[in-house]
Write a protein that binds this ligand. Structure first.
Ligand code: FSX
Ligand code: SF4
Ligand code: F3S
Length: 394
């Protein structure tokens, strides 16, 4: 943020009021908005616009529907470790209809939904959590006597924007796994038009917040990929920024849960980690709280690819991921092999290491070891007929 902008925002009474509402200092509030702007990939100076919008803009009305799901999306939004995250979410939106959070029930709740829709016609955001059962006329999920299909179509008709939150709403998720007895479908399939999707089971609440803040600041939803996922959150493979990536490059893997490699925090690729074919920012922003939180791989569990249709809940848990991009993130340090090159490395790599060490080129050897391992993986992926060379920008 430019110094002049910072000074004027710091003395802005509206900023102070927003900070107080969120029980933050002005500085913390501005830092939080700067972090949001950075997550959104906005250009320098946009953090001031974000801070001002969150502090001053009329909160958009949100109608939140629940269909076939476990309510994990809502839980993940409300149970964030950082006390300000859920507060901020509930501060930037006016949550006018949410079945599981409403104290009221029955007709009162239905009346609240209709009132919110009428009063905010064409302006409200419709958030849908859960997949929509389409078999047998949609009878497998009914609320207030209406099927999920009817409710979704009715609420989407006058919405300014539709957001499918979680993998269930984004592409069917867990309820749609074979044999899919209810015909569980995504929001886009039922509406017959693309919508913004925030997949994940559960999705990261920070990605939802950032999407809504983008809408609040610019009056439009962020740029999305071909699956409707905001590019700021889903354009990088988890593998590119994984904290275990240096172990992958050096060929150090956990081979069994609880073995030495697992205890030492080695790469989980051989336990079926789907990070190399899963697009999401879990490894960067984590859950609970950015910087202080955690995520599946940090807990020792391979990524199951919950943000990816055809991978999460579809591919067997121990099946190896297809390598989509063998280039490591430029931000991650390479690990220098200390000693004992490990049985998993091929004889050629060992010979190269010895020769290289003799030449006093230790660092280069480590790089070569990583590359020789990567080449092995690529070769294997090619044999399996995968698109091993398909890559994204790094
Ligand atoms: Fe659950 Fe949401 Fe998974 Fe689905 O998240 S965490 S089953 S994505 O719709 O409640
Ligand atoms: Fe991380 Fe999984 Fe990639 Fe290993 S395979 S570096 S654990 S994302
Ligand atoms: Fe899901 Fe993998 Fe992230 S399992 S939460 S996409 S680490």
């Amino acid at each position: 943020m430019a110094k002049q902008q910072l000074i004027s925002l710091e003395s802005d009474s509206r900023i102070l009021a927003a900070a107080e509402r969120l029980m933050m200092t002005r500085r913390e509030y501005l830092q939080f908005c700067a972090a949001l702007a950075a997550t959104l990939g906005l250009p320098q100076g946009a953090d001031a616009a974000v801070a001002e919008a969150v502090a001053t803009k009329r909160r958009p009305s949100v109608i939140w529907l629940h269909f076939q799901e476990c309510t994990g999306c809502t839980e993940s939004m409300l149970r964030s470790e950082h006390p300000t995250l859920e507060k901020l979410i509930l501060d930037v939106i006016s949550l006018d209809y949410h079945e599981t959070l409403f104290a009221a029930a029955g007709h009162q709740v239905e009346a609240a939904r209709k009132t919110a829709m009428q009063e905010n016609k064409g302006k409200y955001i419709l958030v849908v959590e859960g997949s929509i059962p389409t078999k047998d006329g949609g009878i497998y999920c009914k609320i207030g006597g209406k099927t999920a299909i009817e409710l979704l179509k009715e609420c989407a008709a006058d919405a300014a924007a539709v957001i499918a939150i979680g993998s269930c709403a984004s592409w069917g998720g867990m309820p749609s796994t074979g044999p899919n007895p209810t015909g569980a479908s995504s929001v886009a399939e039922v509406l017959g038009k693309p919508v913004v999707t925030i997949p994940g089971c559960p999705p990261n609440p920070y990605n939802f917040l950032s999407t809504v803040v983008h809408f609040l600041t610019f009056g439009a939803l962020p740029a999305v990929d071909h699956l409707g996922r905001p590019k700021f959150a889903y354009s990088r493979l988890i593998h590119e920024n994984c904290e275990r990536r240096a172990h992958f490059d050096a060929g150090r893997f956990a081979m069994e849960f609880g073995d030495e490699g697992h205890r030492k925090g080695h790469c989980l690729y051989k336990l079926g980690c789907k990070g190399p074919e899963t697009y999401a920012n879990c490894s960067v922003i984590m859950f609970g709280d950015a910087g202080a939180g955690t995520w599946p791989v940090a807990c020792g569990h391979p990524c199951i690819g919950c943000t990816e249709q055809g991978i999460g809940f579809a591919k067997p848990i121990h099946a190896m991921a297809k390598m989509k991009n063998i280039e490591p993130s430029v931000f991650l340090p390479r690990i220098v092999e200390e000693k004992g090159l490990g049985a998993s490395l091929g004889a050629a790599a060992v010979l190269a290491a010895v020769a290289g060490a003799a030449a006093g080129a230790g660092v280069m050897v480590t790089k070569n070891l990583g590359l020789s391992h990567q080449a092995e993986e690529m070769e294997k992926a090619k044999k399996e007929g995968s698109k091993a060379t398909e890559s994204t920008e790094v």
